[in-house]
Design a protein around this ligand. Structure first.
Ligand SMILES: Cc1cc2nc3c(=O)[nH]c(=O)nc-3n(C[C@H](O)[C@H](O)[C@H](O)COP(=O)(O)OP(=O)(O)OC[C@H]3O[C@@H](n4cnc5c(N)ncnc54)[C@H](O)[C@@H]3O)c2cc1C
Length: 259
């Protein structure tokens, strides 16, 4: 019954996302045919994307999609990420997949309390799992036995967001006000997206990176640190850092701005 850890992969994305977006955007303002536009779009795609973003002409950026795979995430995270309605999800089913083992996430705040606290948490998970198994033993289907499972239970998902939705997601979930688990996922996804489409995602991230903080009295007042982290992520992206390395580097400690 092991603790499980976050693993994220960028599985696929639109081929040449920035050229595709630039082509779509240019078409709006040109009488050229598609073939000519395609040739014209490639050399200046970055520049044109900058114009689209700065003029808030955002529908062309919906032409590029990014598909991620995430495992080692909690059902608590699932509840949050699936609130993003423009995304598409495939999630491991607790109806069809019996939890013969209970994999779970341990919050860093509990780890910080030390070994005794972690052991207590693990015992609680074991206890919960024994309740679950006892219902299965009584012939109850997994779809009903799962009602006793915790928010900490691991899930796996594949999800797709277009670039406009991704930017919206980053603005909310890279913010310090977002919960730590989805926030970490968001920063890792941002690094992957910036690596593949640097001009498109150059200014993406928490809202305070591109303007005033929208959180009012709840503002974390750590815009300088958020900017520093964003610059670090840009460096990782420029260095073509692999998915596995990004997950390792952008750990809880690196993202913790309360130190
Ligand atoms: C820090 C934080 C705390 C939160 N706390 C809570 C909480 O306590 N309780 C809670 O219930 N939720 C909470 N949420 C979730 C939040 O309310 C949103 O459901 C979630 O962030 C998804 O945002 P969204 O609807 O803008 O995004 P998406 O669903 O991804 O939609 C993107 C955009 O598309 C447009 N759009 C999508 N669907 C519609 C529609 N039907 N009609 C009109 N426009 C639409 C909107 O402009 C929207 O912003 C929290 C989120 C954050 C970041």
């Amino acid at each position: 019954m092991p603790e499980t850890k976050l693993n994220v992969k960028l599985l696929s994305h639109t081929v040449t996302p920035e050229i595709t977006i630039a082509l779509g955007g240019r078409l709006c303002y040109s009488d050229s045919n598609i073939e000519d536009l395609r040739e014209a779009a490639a050399p200046h795609a970055d520049e044109f994307i900058g114009k689209l973003l700065s003029s808030s002409h955002l529908s062309p950026i919906e032409h590029a999609s990014f598909t991620f795979g995430a495992e080692g995430v909690s059902r608590a995270l699932l509840a949050q990420i699936t609130r993003h309605r423009i995304a598409s999800f495939s999630v491991q089913s607790q109806r069809y997949v019996r939890q013969e083992e209970l994999n779970y996430i341990i919050p860093e705040s509990i780890k910080a309390l030390g070994d005794e606290a972690v052991n207590e948490y693990k015992q609680q998970m074991a206890q919960i799992h024994s309740y679950y198994l006892s219902w299965l033993d009584k012939g109850i289907k997994a779809e009903d036995a799962r009602f006793v499972l915790p928010n900490a239970a691991e899930t796996r998902m594949v999800f797709t967001m277009n670039a406009r939705e991704l930017m919206h997601f980053f603005s909310l979930r890279c913010c310090n006000r977002a919960q730590w688990e989805i926030r970490r996922l968001a920063w890792i996804m941002l690094a992957m997206a910036r690596r593949e489409a640097p001009a498109l995602f150059e200014k993406a991230g928490a809202s305070c990176l591109s303007g005033a903080c929208p959180e009012g009295r709840m503002c974390c007042k750590k815009q300088a640190q958020v900017k520093e982290l964003s610059d670090f992520v840009t460096e990782l992206a420029k260095n073509n850092t692999s998915d596995n390395e990004l997950v390792k580097i952008l750990d809880f400690d690196r993202l913790n701005m309360n130190k």
